[in-house]
Design a protein around this ligand. Structure first.
Ligand code: MG
Length: 464
């Protein structure tokens, strides 16, 4: 008898004590290097707002994107799944282009769809790059609103305008790239005025937050910067010691300050989890217009650390210990799973989800459930990190640099990343036991990998 009454009372008490669902903001940069923030050691780029975000929150030093290039990386963030599982990668075309007919498959459960199911208002602002045809755009994939350039800001190049080749990037002008700016499903400006793009993305995000203060909300603010061609507003022109790259980065920093200040001023800070990360490493062949991976090897396009380890911050005052540093493993796919769990949303169980719940890391600086990182280039598994060990089975040069051919390694090249984050000193000969364990992990991983057909190889007009 006692139990019958006790159980409902207990349930009621638990519900009454349940904290409100946290708002979620994901600020995602493009081609930002591991070494490009003040709080990650850059000597001449000033990032006071990001530094403050780190001081009030958590810096994650061993955090990875799921791909060294844009489209697959973003697909993984949006679905919590490796790009090979949903076909958002290719061995022939690295990303989606304006002449692509593919995009994010309808059967994927996007970040926004999952949160919308539990009552979140959802906004996508910025670069999407998961398909530009109507069915693939944000507002048909769980977002209430969209404002942004739907793919990379260097696409739709008008070859008869401005200097040819790389020269156009050294002194970029808006009219060289005929990229569209969209609101929901409509093109509202073309070419998009990229000089003011960071500022306008910021204004959109701030407006959305202010008009959804009753929450819960999800804002995905995916900056077009720091991808070349680099642009910044007039206020930031020629202000950074680091030149044009620094100007653009310092405007991103300003933008982060605007978002966090809005959360502070509206009293939403303690109930909003903000992530800051990037889709892949710096585009090194663009000289000073590309970022810096700091002490990490190489950059965008490779599975060396510089291509996929990202400067990552998490901010949630009163929940994440201020000034904490986590050296635990994490992935952008974990941003999906962690945010969904905290929101009380369902993480799909009818398919493999690669993201894990990092809440123990965030709220207690505890151990990460993530024990491995799988580094893919297209559909090819190139390298595996298991704890501190990383084995390269295949290597390939950075995007646009040499060597252009993949090189296989047997035995794989082994590094201890905690001791040797720059991947300088191979130690495979000393640790055959570690290589055996990693090979077992690969077999286990591959037994659960069913690659989906590539969306990136579908030409425009051939969309299924
Ligand atoms: Mg990118």
């Amino acid at each position: 008898m006692f139990c019958i009454f006790a159980e409902p009372n207990f349930t009621f008490a638990a519900n009454a004590a349940e904290p409100p669902k946290p708002n979620v903001v994901v600020i995602f940069c493009d081609d930002l290097g591991y070494g490009d923030l003040g709080c990650f050691g850059h000597p001449t780029i000033r990032t006071p707002n990001l530094d403050r975000m780190a001081a009030e929150g958590m810096k994650l030093t061993q955090f990875y994107s799921a791909s060294p290039v844009c489209t697959p990386s973003r697909a993984a963030l949006m679905t919590g799944r490796l790009p090979a599982r949903n076909g958002m990668c290719s061995n022939k075309r690295r990303v989606l282009f304006p002449n692509s007919g593919g995009g994010i498959p309808a059967n994927e459960v996007t970040f926004a769809e999952a949160l919308k199911d539990v009552g979140y208002a959802t906004a996508c602002v910025g670069k999407w790059h998961l398909g530009h045809l109507p069915q693939f755009l944000p507002t048909n994939n769980g977002f209430d609103t969209y404002f942004g350039i739907p793919y990379s800001n260097d696409m739709d190049r008008l070859n008869d305008v401005g200097p040819r080749g790389r020269a156009a990037f050294w002194d970029p002008k808006v009219e060289y790239w005929n990229v569209p700016l969209m609101r929901d499903l409509e093109i509202i400006e073309r070419p998009a005025d990229q000089n003011t793009i960071t500022k306008r993305y910021t204004d959109e995000a701030v407006k959305f937050i202010k008009s959804h203060q009753d929450g819960p909300f999800f804002v995905y603010l995916a900056h077009s910067m720091m991808h070349v061609p680099l642009f910044r507003s007039r206020e930031f022109a020629d202000t950074s010691l680091r030149g044009l790259y620094g100007d653009a980065m310092e405007e991103i920093d300003w933008s982060v300050g605007q978002v966090l200040d809005t959360l502070r001023e509206t009293g939403l800070a303690d109930n909003t989890l903000v992530w800051f990360c990037s889709d892949n490493g710096p585009w090194l062949v663009f000289d000073t217009h590309g970022g810096s991976a700091g002490l990490l090897r190489e950059g965008k396009g490779t599975t060396w650390e510089g291509g996929m380890r990202e400067p990552t911050l998490a901010w949630w005052p009163e929940h994440i210990p201020a000034g904490s540093v986590s050296m635990e493993l994490g992935s952008t796919m974990d941003i999906y799973t962690t945010s969904l769990k905290l929101a009380g949303a369902d993480v799909p169980t009818d398919r493999v989800v690669d993201g894990v719940d990092l809440s123990p890391v965030l709220v207690g600086n505890g151990p990460s459930p993530r024990k491995a990182v799988f580094y893919y280039r297209g559909y090819q598994l190139m390298a595996v990190r298991m704890g501190p060990w990383k084995a390269h089975f295949v290597t390939h040069g950075s995007y646009g640099s040499e060597p252009r051919q993949a090189k296989k390694h047997d035995p794989p090249i082994l590094y201890h990343l905690d001791h040797d984050p720059s991947e300088k000193y191979p130690i495979q000969n000393e640790h055959p036991d570690v290589i055996d364990k990693i090979k077992k992990l690969v077999l286990e991983h591959q037994s659960q990998m069913q690659p989906a057909p590539s969306q990136l190889e579908i030409p425009l007009g051939k969309t299924k």
